[in-house]
Design a protein around this ligand. Structure first.
Ligand SMILES: CC(C)(COP(=O)(O)OP(=O)(O)OC[C@H]1O[C@@H](n2cnc3c(N)ncnc32)[C@H](O)[C@@H]1OP(=O)(O)O)[C@@H](O)C(=O)NCCC(=O)NCCS
Length: 187
């Protein structure tokens, strides 16, 4: 009872997208078409250096509904995508990135936490990711290395094995808060 009252006070909702509005998630929301340039500005240098997988404009546009962004003073300063696999009740966190001048301020934590809440609200109970260089950051946030066999088959078939990525998984706590985040993306 206390928990429900606390949550009611802490979060507010805007129908129909059920966006979470609170200081904790300030500026964090589902991406819109107008965010495309801002997202590209953050991820393109990371794609060029091989940290993120290269996406064509067409692929990015198709995936836009799955992206979460953090906006500060009209600028996109962080992003991440959640790709759900409903059959396996798990989701992939991808393209998580914070603009270089905003790193180390907890923006990465904020966007990951938002993705976790969103995943739980979609009924997913696990998150997985592929990474080549950022494993430690995820391990500190509760992810553990897993075998490629733990990745949903549909996704596994698409993996570029030459990247030598490692695979990480995190179990999510069930969403008992009644909070729903963002709209349901198509897979
Ligand atoms: C990884 C990333 C999203 C973290 O975002 P952030 O907003 O800087 O992270 P936070 O402020 O929440 O956390 C900062 C902490 O993470 C650590 N950290 C940052 N990058 C790290 C990395 N690649 N590996 C391990 N730890 C890292 C920082 O040293 C800092 O540690 P501290 O709290 O002990 O000082 C950001 O550094 C980034 O955009 N990196 C490039 C893109 C990338 O690697 N994405 C993941 C692809 S799988």
């Amino acid at each position: 009872m206390f928990m429900m009252l606390y949550l009611k006070e802490f979060f507010s909702f805007s129908y129909p997208s059920f966006t979470i509005c609170s200081d904790l998630y300030e500026g964090t929301r589902m991406a819109q078409i107008t965010d495309l340039a801002g997202i590209k500005q953050i991820i393109q240098p990371l794609e060029a250096s091989g940290i993120l997988v290269k996406r064509t404009d067409e692929e990015l546009l198709k995936a836009l509904d799955s992206f979460v962004v953090v906006e500060r003073e009209g600028q996109i300063i962080a992003c991440a995508a959640l790709f759900p696999y409903f059959e396996e009740k798990c989701g992939e966190v991808a393209a998580i990135a914070v603009s270089p001048d905003c790193r180390g301020q907890g923006q990465g934590d904020k966007v990951l936490d938002y993705i976790e809440k969103k995943a739980s609200s979609l009924g997913l109970n696990k998150l997985f990711l592929l990474t080549t260089r950022t494993a430690d950051w995820f391990v500190r946030r509760g992810f553990s290395e897993c075998s490629i066999d733990a990745i949903p088959e549909k996704r596994r078939k698409m993996i570029n094995l030459s990247r030598n990525s490692k695979y990480y998984m995190k179990k999510l706590l069930p969403n008992t808060s009644g909070i729903t985040v963002g709209k349901i993306p198509s897979n």
